[in-house]
Ligand binder design. Structure first.
Ligand code: HEM
Length: 407
């Protein structure tokens, strides 16, 4: 008798769960169907829905860039997604400065990156954003932090970057310059942000668990934004399946290591340190919040600098023409709304000055001593953009390095 009651009870629980699950799925499906403007049959929406754009473009960003170049207003709409994409400097300025409050990053954006970035500065609006911006702005603008950062960069160049390039010259080795710069930037940003040295750019080019987990987590988080509807990745996350399972594991590893960094910093004591974490610790107690801050700084200062050192800009990006920035011999910066690499307006990059100084120091040290020739595929065809949280070159940048005659 007891067994029968138990079996009936299990069956009842199963049916209840099944019924509840079906209701949730049905509700989600209805929400999705309502959110789509199925009636739109303009050429852009049709290309999007049928996926025909993939015949000519490797990724959505390249396709959007093409559409923007063709558009007389430099603005396009993907009606079925409810998205407007603009490269019109007036619109960009309107959103980033004049009517900043009307254009928060918003929930649809922040929910995609919440698991990785938490409540870090890149992923929040309002008071939470204002609080972090105020502290970060004071720290990144301070002379002490800038001096600390420039000493770290100079050490990394002298102690690791130049010896590695010398080593490659001597063995006539092909180096992936993008990988070299990512390692360089990772070492620097870890030292500047937490006072710890991951030694990624040592001659043996060791694998860093932290860097690998962080890369994977960023790549898979960015991939969420490319699914036709968030329901797809949310369902995969619920079921802990496929890329979402990998993402969970990668974020788990990042969290473990970030917490270890915080633990070590607490043990060492933060008072006498110049690194950013020590300085944030003075005003933030919550370890989870500190973790979010750490991850944001890694994202801010790593791939950005590596990519900027790897790429050039514009139709003639293949040509080495530094004088493109000069007018009558004088440096003339482009409007931040036309060329928003550092973002313009109220959410403009806080590390811009530091990043520019780092990059100039690297370029001056490398170009004076070495000639760098791109080899392989990237030398003969248009470099391919690999979309992610930050832009990079697909397939890296294989180069051969030669010592300059005069050096
Ligand atoms: C070449 C290197 C860099 C580039 C191209 C770059 C670019 C950008 C861009 C486009 C944004 C806006 C992102 C957004 O709103 O989603 C941004 C924001 C930011 N950047 Fe950078 N960045 C670079 C280096 C750095 C470095 C080295 C740091 C600090 C160590 C840094 C700190 C920040 C911070 C804290 C923000 C957030 C500003 C806010 O939301 O109010 N950046 N950066």
């Amino acid at each position: 008798m007891e067994e029968t009651v138990g079996a009936l009870w299990s069956l009842f629980s199963f049916l209840l769960l099944f019924f509840a699950g079906s209701l949730v799925l049905l509700a989600a499906l209805l929400k999705f169907l309502r959110s789509m403007s199925w009636w739109c049959s303009c050429s852009v929406c049709e290309a999007y829905v049928t996926g025909s754009w993939t015949a000519h473009f490797g990724n959505l960003c390249d396709w959007y860039a093409h559409l923007l170049r063709e558009s007389p207003t430099r603005t396009i709409q993907i009606h079925v997604l409810g998205n407007t994409v603009t490269a019109n400097p007036d619109n960009v300025e309107h959103m980033l400065r004049a009517r900043f409050d009307n254009y928060p990053k918003g929930k649809p954006f922040s929910v995609i990156l919440r698991d990785l970035l938490g409540h870090g500065i890149f992923n929040v609006d309002g008071d939470l954003w204002r609080f972090q911006r105020k502290i970060a702005s004071a720290e990144l603008g301070s002379a002490a932090v800038r001096l600390f950062a420039s000493c770290i960069v100079a050490d990394e160049i002298r102690g690791r970057l130049l010896p590695l390039l010398d080593f490659a010259c001597a063995g006539d080795k092909i180096l992936d310059l993008q990988d070299v710069f990512r390692r360089f930037a990772f070492d620097n940003i870890c030292k500047i942000s937490f006072g710890l040295d991951p030694r990624c750019l040592e001659l043996s080019l060791p694998l860093s668990e932290f860097a690998a987990a962080f890369d994977k987590a960023s790549r898979l988080s960015a991939r969420r934004a490319t699914t036709t509807t968030p329901i797809v990745w949310k369902a995969k996350r619920l079921l802990n399946w496929g890329s979402e399972r990998e993402l969970r594991e990668a974020i788990g590893m990042v969290n473990l290591l970030a917490m270890e960094i915080i633990r070590q910093r607490r043990k060492l004591g933060s008072c006498s340190n110049h690194d950013l974490l020590s300085r944030f610790m003075a005003s933030v107690d919550d370890d989870n919040y500190l973790r979010d801050i750490i991850i944001s700084f890694l994202l801010a200062g790593r791939d950005t600098i590596a990519s900027a050192l790897t790429e050039l800009w514009g139709n003639d990006c293949h040509d080495f023409r530094p004088h493109r920035w000069l007018t009558n011999g004088v440096f003339t910066p482009e409007s931040p709304y036309k060329y928003p690499v550092f973002q313009g307006g109220l959410r403009g990059c806080l590390g811009k000055e530091m990043a520019l100084l780092d990059m100039k120091t690297v370029i001056a040290a490398v170009v004076r001593r070495f000639d760098i020739d791109v080899v392989g595929d990237n030398s003969s065809r248009t470099p391919k953009f690999a979309p992610g949280l930050t832009a990079s070159l697909e397939g890296g940048l294989p180069v051969r390095v030669r010592r300059r005659e005069e050096s």
